[in-house]
Design a protein around this ligand. Sequence first.
Ligand code: ADP
Ligand code: MG
Length: 316
Amino acid sequence: MDEFEIIREYFDRPSIDTRVITGVGDDGAVLRPLPGLDLVSVIDTLVAGVHFPISLDAADAGYRAVAVNVSDIAAMGGKPTWMTLALTLTESSSAWLGAFASGLFAAADEYGVTLTGGDTTRGDQLVITIQMNGEVKSGQALLRSGARAGDAIYVTGTPGDAAAGLSILQEGDERNSDADYLVSRFARPAARPEIGQAVATVAHAAIDLSDGLYADIGKLLSASTVSGSIELDQLPLSTQLTRSMSHDAALQFALGGGDDYELCFTSDLSDEKIQAIVAGFGVAVTRIGQVGDGDGLNLTSAGIHFDYQSDGYRHF
Ligand code: ADP
Ligand code: MG
């Protein structure tokens, strides 16, 4: 199969989005933005063996590549719309491509994103890059830099699960239903675009959790030139995580593990009002801490300083 057959067979689907004027098949895609909206543009690369184990199911790799980009759009308060896919393959395996495309389009359909083009190449390593666009009302994009002293810090879902799932995959740990759940949180992360959009006008700042809660909240605080404190007793840990290991180990995954793709945002609205805004989404949104007017991130456990050192995953 050459690349033109690959594109035709696996990636050229008719689009139902009437604002995709020209999709796959020409030199470029032609897309029609709406007046009154700003475009949000993100890109994320997944390198096999670096961002996911080579053994990861191809359908999960496809799903994940879409979800991690939707997560960046969500962290900007945006609604995902269009994406392009740059795929570097080591071989053209129709079994792999079929599964990959099924996972990719499952996520695309779930999040309402249209694949409008891409690039298909051969290389020494499997590399999946997705560039995605999203839309926000003009001037309403949610930035990392808007947190203010006095804001509360909120997090969606249950951080730590995905990193524990990755560790189970890497260590080849024995599987039970809890382990399967944790692995699924890594393989098919749930991005939170509805929550990002819902809080866009009431949140002051947001970031998605890709490198670990501690490191990512640190980035938000430093972009906002404020300090923060997080009370570890408030951290929402899943029962699947806490049943699988000691409380300390679960905390390490929640603070230092990456790949959650949950949202963290700050707001000065009352917790009751935040809960009312996010009530319909079926995802826990938990107040875990407070923004202050110093710098740095302080952790407490039952109100007492908790010593923790980590600055998240770095490639170089
Ligand atoms: P060009 O040589 O003009 O860059 P290509 O032959 O690379 O064009 O691509 C032909 C068409 O197929 C283009 O519309 C491109 O966007 C699309 N395309 C290529 N690879 C992919 C892919 N992996 N997924 C979706 N569309 C793709
Ligand atoms: Mg061309």
